[in-house]
Design a binder for this molecule. Structure first.
Ligand SMILES: Cc1cc2nc3c(=O)[nH]c(=O)nc-3n(C[C@H](O)[C@H](O)[C@H](O)COP(=O)(O)OP(=O)(O)OC[C@H]3O[C@@H](n4cnc5c(N)ncnc54)[C@H](O)[C@@H]3O)c2cc1C
Length: 374
């Protein structure tokens, strides 16, 4: 069971949702803001900030345990980081997803060992679920294959992009096993495993401070103690809504900052910016509608009704499209001052596309909705 007090602040009492969000916002303005340019241009990974978020309770609220999972606080905490930097906000999502997988599983031992460390930011990591999420919806084949051996599985394959990693980090992954029929198994993989290599050979246009690696697994042994679900099809159905809804935090933070950027130039440029089609008030209205739709869905992340899953997909699609729209509008409002190399508007525009292309990407969401209609 999750000990939330371990993820509390100085007084050692479990932190309340609003306190957690406030602590993350305060940490972000004090410690993340000065690093934003370095993260964007030098691929700097803000590890100390990531660990501080964990100590402030940022990775613990949404974890299923004795109390119902509070996804809204996790989303708002992620958004507080995203108001400054989407790269870091995405790392927060990666960390949240890893904890979500562990605490939504039946692996009780893992919850009190690694799970507890992930909840407090003592152990960091991410998720390699883009490939299986695409595979389950008929977009591509499974990239990891496992073979049963004594005490666990041996896994091989290459994943092109997995973020929030490092030599002592962990990630959730799914591999296909062929044993009298195919099945999928989900497990936590330690980056330190023998046979696992991380290759840092891609430069991205944004989100480069996310420690995103190509992960090569050459006969990596995954012990039974790290298995989350075997087979994992029902378990994936259980975790998928939370996985998708949590991503809203990235969108909300980015959109809030885009609104701020537009408001900031109202003084000097309002007399001409008022002719632009998208105004900050429109974006703020849409954001409010998205926040309440997501809050409603996030209250019941384990709901099994197909209509619920459809609504989650629709909300995720809106989040990606609204991020790009808001950042595009901020760019037009800021003009040349947003177009300089250190301008926030051009960075936010580059970042915004990530919300629309990270799995489930806009095209996948549209495919999923089209498939549901048949
Ligand atoms: C900065 C960044 C961080 C990411 N972090 C993660 C993560 O933590 N976990 C995770 O599971 N996924 C991660 N991804 C992958 C992401 O979620 C999407 O799967 C990816 O952006 C492609 O999605 P798509 O649906 O648009 O596929 P498409 O772009 O249509 O691509 C189809 C396939 O080609 C592969 N592909 C595309 N370009 C390349 C390339 N240059 N080299 C090798 N293969 C390629 C893709 O992985 C995909 O399997 C990350 C991507 C980026 C850009």
């Amino acid at each position: 069971m999750l000990d939330r007090s371990a993820a509390a602040r100085d007084d050692n009492k479990p932190a309340k949702g609003a306190d957690v969000v406030e602590a993350i916002r305060e940490l972000s303005s004090r410690e993340l803001l000065p690093l934003v340019q370095k993260i964007d241009t030098e691929a700097y990974y803000p590890e100390a900030v990531m660990r501080a978020y964990g100590r402030a309770g940022g990775y613990a609220c949404h974890l299923p345990g004795e109390t119902p999972p509070d996804l809204v606080t996790a989303i708002n905490a992620m958004a507080a980081a995203g108001e400054y930097c989407l790269s870091t906000s995405f790392c927060v999502w990666c960390q949240d997803a890893l904890g979500w997988y562990i605490f939504a599983s039946d692996n009780e031992r893992l919850k009190v060992t690694l799970g507890q460390r992930v909840a407090t930011g003592d152990a960091l990591g991410g998720t390699a679920l883009s490939n299986p999420m695409k595979s389950f919806f008929g977009i591509e084949g499974m990239r990891l294959r496992g073979k049963r051996v004594d005490g666990g599985y041996v896994v091989r394959g290459l994943l092109p992009f997995v973020s929030n990693l490092g030599d002592d980090h962990y990630f959730g992954a799914v591999f296909e096993v062929e044993e009298g029929g195919k099945r999928n198994v989900m497990a936590v993989v330690p980056c330190a495993s023998e046979g696992l290599t991380l290759a840092d050979n891609t430069k991205f246009v944004a989100l480069d401070g996310t420690r995103t690696f190509a992960v090569q697994m050459r006969d990596v042994f995954i012990p039974d103690g790290l298995i989350l679900a075997d087979p994992c099809d029902d378990y994936i159905k259980r975790i998928r809504a939370g996985f998708v809804l949590l991503q809203a935090g990235m969108a909300f933070g980015l959109i809030r900052d885009c609104i701020n950027l537009m408001q900031q130039v109202k003084g000097p440029l309002g007399h001409v910016n008022k002719y632009l089609d998208v105004q900050p008030e429109h974006v703020a209205e849409q954001l409010q509608a998205m926040e309440s739709a997501v809050a409603k869905l996030a209250a019941t992340p384990f709901e099994t009704d197909p209509g619920y899953w459809r609504a989650v997909i629709e909300a995720r699609l809106v989040a990606g499209e609204a991020s790009v729209t808001a950042a595009h509008a901020a760019m037009l409002h800021c003009g040349a001052r947003g177009y300089v190399a250190t301008g926030a508007a051009q960075r936010r525009l580059r970042e915004a596309y990530f919300v629309a292309i990270v799995t489930p990407a806009t095209k996948q969401l549209k495919k999923m909705l089209a498939d549901m209609a048949h």
